[in-house]
Ligand binder design. Structure first.
Ligand SMILES: [Cu+2]
Length: 153
Protein backbone atom coordinates (compact mmCIF):
# COMPACT_ATOMS: atom_id res chain seq x y z
CA UNK A 1 0.00 0.00 0.00
CA UNK A 2 2.66 2.44 1.08
CA UNK A 3 4.91 1.47 -1.78
CA UNK A 4 2.20 1.97 -4.42
CA UNK A 5 1.31 5.37 -2.92
CA UNK A 6 5.00 6.27 -2.97
CA UNK A 7 5.25 5.12 -6.58
CA UNK A 8 2.25 7.27 -7.48
CA UNK A 9 3.79 10.28 -5.75
CA UNK A 10 7.13 9.69 -7.45
CA UNK A 11 5.46 9.42 -10.86
CA UNK A 12 3.48 12.61 -10.23
CA UNK A 13 6.67 14.39 -9.24
CA UNK A 14 8.43 13.21 -12.39
CA UNK A 15 5.46 14.33 -14.50
CA UNK A 16 5.48 17.80 -12.90
CA UNK A 17 9.23 18.10 -13.49
CA UNK A 18 8.83 17.05 -17.14
CA UNK A 19 6.01 19.55 -17.66
CA UNK A 20 8.11 22.32 -16.12
CA UNK A 21 11.01 21.36 -18.38
CA UNK A 22 8.86 21.41 -21.53
CA UNK A 23 7.24 24.72 -20.55
CA UNK A 24 10.58 26.42 -19.92
CA UNK A 25 12.35 25.15 -23.04
CA UNK A 26 12.05 27.15 -26.25
CA UNK A 27 9.80 25.81 -28.95
CA UNK A 28 11.40 23.89 -31.77
CA UNK A 29 10.94 26.85 -34.12
CA UNK A 30 12.61 29.24 -31.68
CA UNK A 31 15.47 26.83 -31.11
CA UNK A 32 15.96 26.44 -34.85
CA UNK A 33 16.21 30.22 -35.25
CA UNK A 34 18.89 30.36 -32.63
CA UNK A 35 21.10 27.71 -34.16
CA UNK A 36 24.58 28.61 -35.21
CA UNK A 37 25.56 27.17 -38.58
CA UNK A 38 29.24 26.56 -39.16
CA UNK A 39 31.33 27.01 -42.28
CA UNK A 40 34.64 25.24 -41.83
CA UNK A 41 38.01 25.81 -43.45
CA UNK A 42 39.51 22.31 -43.41
CA UNK A 43 43.24 21.70 -43.88
CA UNK A 44 42.81 23.09 -47.41
CA UNK A 45 42.13 26.44 -49.05
CA UNK A 46 38.35 26.15 -49.21
CA UNK A 47 35.16 26.78 -47.27
CA UNK A 48 32.90 23.83 -46.53
CA UNK A 49 30.04 23.70 -47.13
CA UNK A 50 30.41 25.98 -50.15
CA UNK A 51 26.78 27.10 -49.89
CA UNK A 52 24.42 27.14 -46.94
CA UNK A 53 20.86 28.31 -46.49
CA UNK A 54 19.76 29.84 -43.20
CA UNK A 55 16.81 31.84 -41.92
CA UNK A 56 16.71 35.45 -40.78
CA UNK A 57 17.96 35.63 -37.20
CA UNK A 58 20.38 32.74 -37.52
CA UNK A 59 24.11 33.04 -37.02
CA UNK A 60 26.90 31.77 -39.21
CA UNK A 61 30.23 30.94 -37.63
CA UNK A 62 33.31 30.54 -39.79
CA UNK A 63 35.93 28.28 -38.21
CA UNK A 64 39.46 28.05 -39.56
CA UNK A 65 40.84 24.58 -38.90
CA UNK A 66 43.68 25.10 -41.37
CA UNK A 67 47.30 25.76 -40.39
CA UNK A 68 47.30 29.03 -42.44
CA UNK A 69 45.40 32.26 -41.87
CA UNK A 70 42.40 32.88 -44.11
CA UNK A 71 39.91 35.73 -44.47
CA UNK A 72 36.18 36.27 -44.84
CA UNK A 73 35.51 39.14 -47.25
CA UNK A 74 32.03 40.07 -48.41
CA UNK A 75 31.46 40.36 -52.14
CA UNK A 76 29.47 43.59 -51.86
CA UNK A 77 28.57 43.69 -55.55
CA UNK A 78 26.12 40.85 -54.97
CA UNK A 79 25.51 41.03 -51.23
CA UNK A 80 21.84 41.70 -50.46
CA UNK A 81 21.83 40.24 -46.94
CA UNK A 82 23.52 43.12 -45.11
CA UNK A 83 26.90 43.20 -43.34
CA UNK A 84 28.54 45.07 -46.18
CA UNK A 85 32.27 45.73 -46.11
CA UNK A 86 33.17 42.60 -44.16
CA UNK A 87 36.92 41.96 -44.31
CA UNK A 88 38.20 39.94 -41.37
CA UNK A 89 41.10 37.61 -40.73
CA UNK A 90 40.35 34.05 -39.63
CA UNK A 91 43.46 33.15 -37.66
CA UNK A 92 45.00 29.72 -38.25
CA UNK A 93 44.28 26.77 -35.98
CA UNK A 94 40.77 27.52 -34.77
CA UNK A 95 40.13 31.20 -35.48
CA UNK A 96 36.43 32.02 -35.65
CA UNK A 97 34.18 34.80 -36.89
CA UNK A 98 30.41 35.11 -36.42
CA UNK A 99 27.71 37.05 -38.22
CA UNK A 100 24.02 37.08 -37.35
CA UNK A 101 21.89 37.80 -40.39
CA UNK A 102 18.89 40.09 -39.91
CA UNK A 103 17.92 40.52 -43.58
CA UNK A 104 16.91 38.00 -46.21
CA UNK A 105 19.17 37.88 -49.24
CA UNK A 106 22.45 36.39 -50.41
CA UNK A 107 25.86 36.87 -48.86
CA UNK A 108 28.60 35.83 -51.25
CA UNK A 109 32.03 35.85 -49.63
CA UNK A 110 35.58 34.88 -50.45
CA UNK A 111 39.05 34.72 -48.95
CA UNK A 112 41.20 37.53 -50.31
CA UNK A 113 44.35 35.45 -49.79
CA UNK A 114 43.01 32.68 -52.02
CA UNK A 115 40.61 34.39 -54.41
CA UNK A 116 40.09 37.78 -56.01
CA UNK A 117 37.30 39.52 -57.87
CA UNK A 118 37.38 39.83 -61.66
CA UNK A 119 36.01 42.85 -63.53
CA UNK A 120 32.47 41.43 -63.11
CA UNK A 121 33.02 41.05 -59.36
CA UNK A 122 33.07 37.26 -59.60
CA UNK A 123 35.51 35.53 -57.28
CA UNK A 124 38.30 33.93 -59.30
CA UNK A 125 41.40 32.07 -58.32
CA UNK A 126 44.30 34.50 -58.00
CA UNK A 127 46.10 32.89 -60.94
CA UNK A 128 49.83 33.12 -61.55
CA UNK A 129 50.20 35.99 -59.08
CA UNK A 130 49.77 33.89 -56.00
CA UNK A 131 47.26 31.28 -57.07
CA UNK A 132 46.84 27.68 -56.11
CA UNK A 133 47.84 25.49 -59.03
CA UNK A 134 47.13 21.78 -59.14
CA UNK A 135 49.19 19.18 -61.03
CA UNK A 136 47.14 19.86 -64.20
CA UNK A 137 48.08 23.57 -64.19
CA UNK A 138 44.51 24.38 -63.20
CA UNK A 139 44.09 27.22 -60.74
CA UNK A 140 40.89 25.62 -59.50
CA UNK A 141 37.92 26.96 -57.61
CA UNK A 142 38.58 30.23 -55.83
CA UNK A 143 38.21 30.08 -52.07
CA UNK A 144 34.67 31.40 -51.78
CA UNK A 145 31.16 30.54 -50.68
CA UNK A 146 27.65 31.87 -50.32
CA UNK A 147 25.14 32.17 -47.50
CA UNK A 148 21.50 32.36 -48.60
CA UNK A 149 19.28 33.95 -45.96
CA UNK A 150 15.58 33.16 -46.18
CA UNK A 151 12.92 35.39 -44.65
CA UNK A 152 10.75 34.52 -41.67
CA UNK A 153 8.41 31.54 -41.90
CU1 LIG B 1 42.23 31.63 -47.67
Amino acid sequence: MLSSRFRCLALSLILVCLLALVASSPSWAEARHRTVRQIIVPLEDRFTPFAITIRVGQTVEWVNNDADDHTVVSDDAFNTAGHRGVDVILPANGGTYRLTFKHAGVFPFYCRFHAMLDTQNQPIAPGPDGGIKDSNNNFGTPMSGVVTVLGED
